[in-house]
Ligand binder design. Sequence first.
Ligand code: ZN
Length: 187
Amino acid sequence: MKKFLVLFLYLFSTQSIAGSHAYSAWRQHSFRKVDTETVRVANARLSLNVTFFTDTPSTRSVEMYFDEVAEATYNLLASKIAIGPASRSGRCYNWRIVVYEMNQWNINSRNVMYWYPWRNQSQRLYGAYDSNHTTSSSTAVIVLRSDISNLERKRTLAHELTHYWYDMCVADGNPGERYAEAAESLF
Ligand SMILES: [Zn+2]
């Protein structure tokens, strides 16, 4: 009987996290939820749970090419280092991803992006990745600037998704910056 209760609570808590904000402070922010979807990454043998939020509803979400970029960035990283089924540790971690698309004012606001390790006052962002400051565990965040060209958004998504793969599949405490930079030239 106890087993059933634990299972039920586990299912319930997983359900309540799915589709919600990654930071409780951002519930007050004027984001619109675009969608929650399951993205199958064949070579990684994973199904990612991805939720998209935007403050720029007039711009089409990167959701339209997310699966393509997820597959391409996984394949590129796997071609450079042993990750996933090819590695000694086997499968990668599978944290849910929350993607936030923001205009230039919000993404560069020190108030909104309170968790970002800003280097100086003049620093400006196109994208960011975080898995350390989220409200719920097993949640990773990708932030993208919305008011740039489609191609620039795709390249920025490739950069930030490579940070995700490195975090989930290598997990050595490094960000994998040079791999992220290399992924930009996929598109
Ligand atoms: Zn980077």
